[in-house]
Unconditional design. Structure first.
Length: 321
């Protein structure tokens, strides 16, 4: 009899939890949503604003983009960690939110303080070389680099940014010694590569027109599979470095502790926006591919990325500037 009562009690509690979850999802949102995003004007800001506009329509409440650039995302992350876990304050940011804590002390833990909602978009880097370099494939580049250890160089901008980490991952997985030349930005590095002062680099944009003009040679994309952003190019993984993958990403997060029902509702409505054909086309032109993964898929990919980049950053002794 006692066991029956306990079973009925557990069933009732379970039903109450499910009902409360459904209720929180149905009543959400109850006020305008604040979406913290990087500085205004960049590619991430464009995606954030498109998502915010779509969510405003889907939810029927204003979704306001709050640009908080600077400090490599630390300010933005702190705002999120100090916000109520009710889904009304969100963070839209790139992979630097995950990798920066591996390079310096920050007042947040991305794996504990954030609740992943969805991986919104991704874009590969492209491995490009100067035409005078006698290689036309990744395998040939690896062979040359191994024959001339420490004699080839690559350019990159900000320490810890996607082009830099892509190159260091390549060095580690291909087993080559290529020297980094640091620049204040990707633009100056690309100019020096075109001018012949560099041998190669991994870049997220600005390469296509130079490849068409014959000023650069594109060897491969850093995406896991061939990318629409680099048509006709093989992947680094399929060109001699199995398992290689390094993409620039942007994701949507809520504070840790946000109800699962609210997280799922945010995911569903964000995915609806990202899966619209006109949104996909517009963002493809802007240089990103929409994703819209589930919270579970996003969490799993973040864990995988965390393990990968922690090893690369530790082994290469990369420290934030």
């Amino acid at each position: 009899m006692l066991r029956t009562r306990m079973a009925l009690y557990r069933l009732a509690v379970g039903c109450m939890i499910v009902a409360c979850g459904d209720l929180s999802a149905q009543s959400f949102p109850s006020k305008p949503i604040r979406m913290i995003a990087p500085e205004a004007g960049g590619g991430a800001d464009l995606v954030a604003r498109i998502v915010a506009q779509g969510l405003s329509v889907n939810f029927g409440v204003p979704v306001i983009v709050d640009n908080r650039g600077g400090a490599a995302g630390i300010i933005a992350a702190q705002i999120l960690t100090r916000s109520a876990p009710d889904g009304h304050t969100l963070l839209f940011y790139g992979s630097g939110i995950l990798t920066l804590p591996m390079m310096k002390a920050v007042p947040y833990d991305p794996m504990k303080d954030f609740a992943p909602i969805t991986l919104a978009d991704s874009s590969p880097n492209v491995l490009v070389v100067h035409p005078t370099l006698p290689v036309r494939s990744v395998k040939e580049l690896i062979a040359l680099a191994k024959a001339k250890p420490g004699q080839l160089n690559y350019g990159s901008g900000s320490t810890g940014a996607a082009p830099h980490l892509s190159a260091e991952l390549f060095k580690a997985m291909a087993g080559v010694n290529i020297v980094r030349v640091t620049y204040k930005g990707t633009g100056p590095a690309l100019n020096d590569l075109i001018g012949g002062q560099l041998h190669l680099m991994f870049t997220t944009g600005g390469w296509s027109q130079h490849v068409k003009a014959g000023r650069l040679i594109a060897l491969a994309s850093t995406s896991a599979v061939p990318s629409a952003l680099a048509p006709g190019l093989p992947t680094v993984a399929a060109s001699g470095v199995p398992g290689y993958e390094a993409e620039s990403i942007h994701g949507l997060y809520a504070p840790s502790g946000t109800p699962a029902a609210v997280i799922n509702r945010l995911y569903q409505e964000t995915a609806r926006v990202l899966n619209q054909a006109e949104v996909k086309d517009k963002l493809l032109i802007a240089g990103v591919e929409t994703v819209g993964s589930t919270p579970q898929q996003f969490a799993a990919s973040l864990k995988k990325e965390e393990i990968k980049w922690r090893k690369v950053i530790k082994d290469a002794d990369i420290r934030a500037e």
